[in-house]
Design a protein around this ligand. Structure first.
Ligand code: OOG
Ligand code: MG
Length: 243
């Protein structure tokens, strides 16, 4: 199968909510090819009018790496269509098996420096059966990116040890610290610059950078008020619906 074939299979799985077997179940795939599949998938989205909104990092925390059994940091693309307004809704029926994780987001300025920070929720949804994949598979699947929600932008110099809580209907379902993100989420910027240069992503003026989850991801079901709280940064929320 060609890079385009792989990208189209993943794109169809995203559109239909039908999981597919791992791409690497039939043939091995290099990381370079996996990123080529990821970019081909983004090109399909751009062909439908979506525009790039930024990038995300994955597996920047030990909790996430242990949950998924994959430990190398990965990079993926975010588009405008993935963005949900703070307090908006997410339709779980359109996904395969969506999960949510609390994150920290940065807004990048003209020189790709950080100009603002916000609490964030990332909704991930692997297009592979049972949320099970190798590193190449998850890279090809645009790092499971599905949707993201940004809280209020603020300025804060130190982010190294802020408490992070994920709440479902007001009850804490996961807790962590921003220190769980690369030791300090500010390290996400050099990490993203390195990954972007290596794999062909761009950190443009106004881009969003999702630094990665501070806790393991939690499965979503319909009818839930989902909130992330980051001490000193405030909170961000989304309601899940079905249909
Ligand atoms: C891959 C995405 C990982 C993070 O924040 O670590 C990620 C996955 O777990 O399916 O977004
Ligand atoms: Mg994430």
């Amino acid at each position: 199968m060609t890079v385009e074939d792989h990208a189209e299979r993943l794109d169809r799985a995203t559109a239909t909510g039908q999981a597919i077997p791992q791409l690497t179940s039939t043939e091995p795939m290099s990381l370079a090819t996996a990123y080529a599949v990821q970019h081909a998938g983004i090109a399909l989205r751009e062909g439908r009018g979506e525009t790039l909104a930024g990038v995300k990092l994955g597996f920047t925390s030990k909790a996430k790496a242990e949950q998924m059994g994959v430990s190398d940091v990965i990079i993926g693309s975010l588009t405008d269509r993935m963005r949900i307004e703070d307090g908006g809704t997410f339709d779980v029926g359109r996904g395969v098996h969506p999960r949510v994780e609390p994150e920290v987001a940065f807004r990048l300025g003209p020189d790709a420096g950080i100009v603002a920070v916000a609490p964030a929720l990332e909704i991930i949804d692997s297009r592979y059966r049972d949320f099970d994949f190798s590193l190449a598979d998850v890279v090809a699947d645009n790092t499971s990116a599905s949707a993201f929600v940004l809280g209020p932008w603020t300025q804060l110099d130190r982010l190294d040890a802020l408490a992070v809580d994920l709440l479902f209907d007001g009850e804490v379902v996961a807790t962590g610290s921003t220190a769980d993100i690369l030791g300090d989420p500010l390290r996400a910027l050099p990490a993203a610059q390195r990954m972007a240069a290596a794999y062909g992503h761009r950190l443009r003026d106004g881009s969003v950078l999702l630094a990665g989850a501070a806790t393991a991801a939690v499965a979503l079901r319909a009818g839930t008020h989902v909130e992330a709280r980051v001490a000193g940064l405030g909170s961000v929320s989304v309601h899940t619906v079905e249909g």
